[in-house]
Design a protein around this ligand. Structure first.
Ligand code: ADP
Length: 428
C-alpha cells in the first residue's frame, strides 16, 4: 500500500474567484437599491459583504491542519537550524516528516537509505519499502510508535530497522539502524558452529564405528584390533587438535582488542619454534633452514607469536615438497611516518606445489582449505591461518601471502618493531 497523495501542495485560485464574486454581488445589491436615499445603506452593505468574503477567502493561520499540510514545505519548516545541525551529527539515518508524510528534514546518514534531495518530497516518493510506508500511514492516522525491520536489495543487500514515532509537534520521526554487520556476524557465527560440529562429527563417527567393530566381529582378531586402535588414536588426535584450535581462536578473539604489552625477540622465538618442529619435519624428509640474524625486538606476546610461526612453519612442512627445504628469513621494513619504529618481517618460504591465485584471499577464513582431503591427511584443522590472522590483528601486524603454483609459497609476517629497536636491513 502506498502513502496517499491527498492534501498535497495545490495552488488556490478559488480564493481569488470568491473575492471577485463577493465584490460583484455587493455591487449588484448596490445597483438594485440605487434610490438616492438607499445609496449609503447599499454601499455599506456591499462593503460588509466584501470584507466578509475576503476574510473567509484568506488562509487561516491557526488550527488549520488541513491547509497547513497542503502548503509547500519550506526548507527546515518547524525545525530550528540548531536542531538540524544536531541531527546532522547523528550517525544513524534520521528523517523528520510533517503531519502529511512529507520529508522536512533528512540527515546526511539517511542518503544511504533514501538517496539525496529527499526534503520537500513525500516519503512514498523517496522510500520504496511498503512495510515502512504502511507504518508511517498508521502513525499519521494516530497509531503508536513502531519498529519495522526491512531489507534494501539495491545496490547491495542491506538489513535495516526503522523506529517510527509521532512527536508532540506533531511531526513524525523515522530513525533507521543499519543491522547488516550484525546480521552478517550472526550468519558467520551460525556457519562457524555448523562447520565446527561437522568437523568434529567425522572423527567421532570413525571412533564410534571402530568401537562397535571391536566389540563385534573383530573382537578376537588381534591384528585388526591393533590397526583399528591406531586409526582411533589418529581420529582422537584430530578431535583434540580441533578442540585446541577452536579454544585458541576463541581466546585470541576475546583478547583481540587488548594490544600486547610485552617486548620479545622474534628471531629467538622462531628458532625455538623451528627446533620444536624438527620431529614433525622428519617424516617428510624436509628441513627448516634459518638465515642468521641479529635479535629483532617487537612489541608482542611470546606464546601468541610462537603460535603464529608454529602454524606457518608447520604448514610449509606439510604442504611443501617432500625432502624439500623450508627457508626462514628475517629483516626490517623501512618505517613510514605513521609506523614510528618501523616494521620487522619474517618470511617462511617453501618449494611445494603452491596455492592457486584465486584461493589466496580466502586462506585465512576459518575452515577454508584448498584441498580438504590433503589437509585432513596431514592433520590439518583448517583453522591455522585464521588463528595467525587474529593474532596478527591483535599485534597490529599483517600477513602477506605470495605463491607461484608449481614452485612454492611465501608467507611473510610483518610486526611493528619495539620502540627501542634500531633499523639495519630493509625488505624489498
Ligand atoms: P590446515 O589446518 O588445513 O593446514 P590452515 O588454516 O593452516 O589450515 O591453512 C589453510 C589452507 O591453506 C590449507 O588447508 C592449505 O590448503 C593452504 N596452505 C596453507 N599453507 C600452505 C602452504 N605453505 N602451501 C600450500 N598451501 C598452503
Amino acid at each position: 500500500m502506498a502513502i496517499s497523495e491527498a492534501g498535497g501542495a495545490r495552488p488556490r485560485p478559488w480564493r481569488a474567484y470568491l473575492v471577485l464574486c463577493a465584490v460583484a454581488f455587493a455591487a449588484l445589491i448596490a445597483v438594485a437599491l440605487s434610490g438616492q436615499a438607499a445609496l449609503p445603506v447599499a454601499a455599506a452593505g456591499a462593503a460588509v459583504i466584501a470584507a466578509l468574503a475576503v476574510y473567509l477567502a484568506l488562509p487561516r493561520r491557526a488550527g488549520a491542519a488541513e491547509d497547513a499540510s497542503s502548503e509547500p514545505v519550506r526548507e527546515g519548516a518547524n525545525l530550528s537550524a540548531q536542531a538540524r545541525d544536531i541531527f546532522e551529527h547523528v550517525d544513524d539515518p534520521l528523517l523528520i516528516l510533517d503531519a502529511a508524510g512529507r520529508v522536512i528534514f533528512a540527515n546526511r546518514a539517511s542518503k544511504s537509505v533514501i538517496g539525496g534531495e529527499a526534503e520537500g518530497k513525500r516519503i512514498s516518493g523517496v522510500l520504496r519499502t511498503p512495510e515502512v510506508l504502511e507504518a508511517v500511514e498508521r502513525i499519521i492516522a494516530g497509531g503508536e510508535a513502531e519498529n519495522i525491520a526491512f531489507t534494501v536489495l539495491v545496490p547491495l543487500r542491506r538489513h535495516y530497522e526503522a523506529y517510527i514515532a509521532r512527536t508532540s509537534g506533531p511531526l513524525i520521526v523515522i530513525r533507521v539502524r543499519d543491522l547488516t554487520a550484525m546480521r552478517r556476524a550472526e550468519e558467520l557465527r551460525a556457519d562457524f558452529v555448523a562447520n565446527a560440529s561437522h568437523e568434529l562429527r567425522t572423527p567421532l563417527a570413525a571412533v564410534t564405528g571402530f568401537i562397535d567393530t571391536l566389540r563385534g566381529h573383530a573382537k578376537d582378531d588381534a591384528q585388526a584390533r591393533e590397526r583399528f586402535l591406531e586409526i582411533m588414536s589418529i581420529e582422537a588426535g584430530r578431535m583434540r587438535r580441533l578442540i585446541e584450535d577452536l579454544l585458541s581462536l576463541t581466546r585470541i578473539e576475546l583478547n583481540e582488542h587488548n594490544p600486547p604489552a610485552g617486548e620479545v625477540d622474534v628471531v629467538a622465538i622462531v628458532h625455538d619454534v623451528a627446533a620444536a618442529l624438527e620431529s614433525l619435519a622428519e617424516p617428510y624428509g624436509s628441513r627448516v633452514v634459518m638465515a642468521p640474524h641479529e635479535p629483532l625486538r617487537v612489541t608482542g606476546e611470546r606464546d601468541e607469536l610462537c603460535q603464529v610461526f608454529q602454524n606457518l612453519i608447520h604448514n610449509a612442512i606439510k604442504y611443501g615438497r617432500s625432502g624439500g627445504e623450508v627457508r626462514v628469513r628475517f629483516g626490517r621494513a623501512a618505517p613510514s611516518k605513521r609506523e614510528g619504529a618501523g616494521q620487522v618481517f619474517v618470511t617462511v618460504a617453501d618449494n611445494g606445489e603452491g596455492i592457486p591465485r584465486e584461493a589466496i584471499p580466502r586462506l585465512t577464513e576459518r575452515f577454508y582449505r584448498v584441498d580438504v582431503k590433503r589437509s585432513r591427511e596431514r592433520g590439518g584443522t583448517g583453522l591455522g591461518l585464521a588463528i595467525v590472522k587474529h593474532i596478527l590483528n591483535r599485534h597490529e601486524g599483517r600477513l602477506q601471502i605470495e605463491s607461484t603454483p608449481g614452485e612454492g609459497s611465501t608467507f611473510t609476517v610483518f610486526l611493528p618493531a619495539a620502540p627501542t629497536a634500531a633499523p639495519s636491513e630493509s625488505h624489498s
